[in-house]
Each structure stands twice: as C-alpha cells, then as structure tokens.
Design a protein around this ligand. Sequence first.
Ligand SMILES: *[C@@H]1O[C@H](CO)[C@@H](O)[C@H](O)[C@H]1NC(C)=O
Length: 247
Amino acid sequence: MSSSHHWISGVIIVSTVLAVDGFNGYYNFNVEHCHFSSWDLSDLEYIASYVFNKAEFIRFNSTVGKFVGYTELGVHNAEIWNKDPAKQAQMKARKDTYCKGNVQLANYAILTKKVEPKVRLSMGKASTGGHPAVLMCSAYNFYPKLIKVTWNRDGQEITGNVISSEELADGDWYYQIHSHLEFTPKAGEKISCVVEHISLRDPLEITWDPSMPEPERNKIAIGAAALVLGLIVTAAGFIYKPRSRGL
Ligand SMILES: *[C@@H]1O[C@H](CO)[C@@H](O)[C@H](O)[C@H]1NC(C)=O
C-alpha cells in the first residue's frame, strides 16, 4: 500500500486581520500546512504562507529552510526574518511540534479506515459482434481506493476481453468500480470474479451461476402466481354460478 498516494493537508489559521477602508476590505491571513505522502512521514513538509488580499507575499518552506518573498514587502520581510535566529529556530521546530503530532492523529483517524466492498456479479448486454455474453462485476462502497478486480475461468486468470472502469469516487469517501468480461460461454466452465482489497483477508471470489438471472426468475414467479390466481377465480365462478341459478 505504500505506493498509494495520500496527500493530507493539516491547516490552521494562525491570525486574521481585517482592515476596512471605506468600501474596500483588506484581508490578511497566515496559514500553516503539513504535507506528506508517505506512511513513515519521511517526506513531511511544513509550509507557512502569509497572504494579503488573496496574494501570497511570503512563504516559509521547511524543505527550503528559510523564508522566500514574492512581493517587495515579502522580500523585505524575508530578509529580516531569515537573519533572526529566534524566528528561524521557531519556524524549523514547527514541523516537529505542530505537524508530526497532528499528522499522526490524521493518519490514525483516516488512513487506517478500511471498508469492505460489496460485490455483485450480473449479466450485461453483449455489444454487437464479438462475444455473445457479457458479465459485469461491480464492487461498491469500499475504502480506500486501491482495489484489484480480475476474472478467472476454471481457476485460471482471464487476461483478454476485460474492460474495467476507474475507481469512481462516490463523493462520500467510498468508491465503486465496474469490470466487464466479454466471453463465449462453454458448457461446464466456471467463470468467477476475484476482488482483492486491503479490507479483505483473502481475495473475494464470486462464481457466475449460469442458471436464470434473478429478474427473469421473478417474472416467471409472478406470471405463475397470476395464472394460479386466475384459475382459482375461474373455478370459483363455475362453482358459484349453478348455485345462484338454483335460488
Ligand atoms: C518546498 O520546497 C521544495 C524544494 O524546493 C519543493 O520541492 C516543494 O514543492 C516546496 N513546497 C511547496 C508547497 O511549495
């Protein structure tokens, strides 16, 4: 999982000053970020930005190790602050005192979460030409994003004729993914979808049951029930009629 990229920014607003001049508002704020993309925090970076009227004019970047100014005022301030040993020591310590602890909390709260995918296998519509059958394997509501969906025929991985979507963000931290397999069904073969995810101890394998798909089964069941009901009503009518005539 170390290859997956987690970009978390811890943000606190340190100070906010709003100055109003007639109808013009000036907005000044400082913001501190902690950036990292590895589990061991070896690339942890502390950034302090100073912004006036939406324009960042000075920034401390822990990787650079000093202030850099972007405007005349910023360059002037950077020169002064970079010469101040107390300010330098304070900024350099922020990475450890502010970032480390907060990032570890964020890591624990967010990155350790794992939610198992719900997997569904269904028969799709075949595209024109090519193979007559299409199976769709859908995994829903899993977290984190990294997942592997593959297909097996009699225990052997099928490599061709597989089209997969990206991991699609649901917008609520969960993801879904859909993999299509086009194939020509053969009697006695066993087709299955295999899902691997960090939340699962073992790969989840779902085998396609070539017997009738559920909607078809339901339609037949409803049809049969209606037929039986119709027969009962008809029979009741035959039984009832002679009696009513007799009265
Ligand atoms: C901080 O500085 C390093 C080295 O120049 C650079 O690679 C990195 O992108 C900078 N980070 C930000 C957020 O500006």
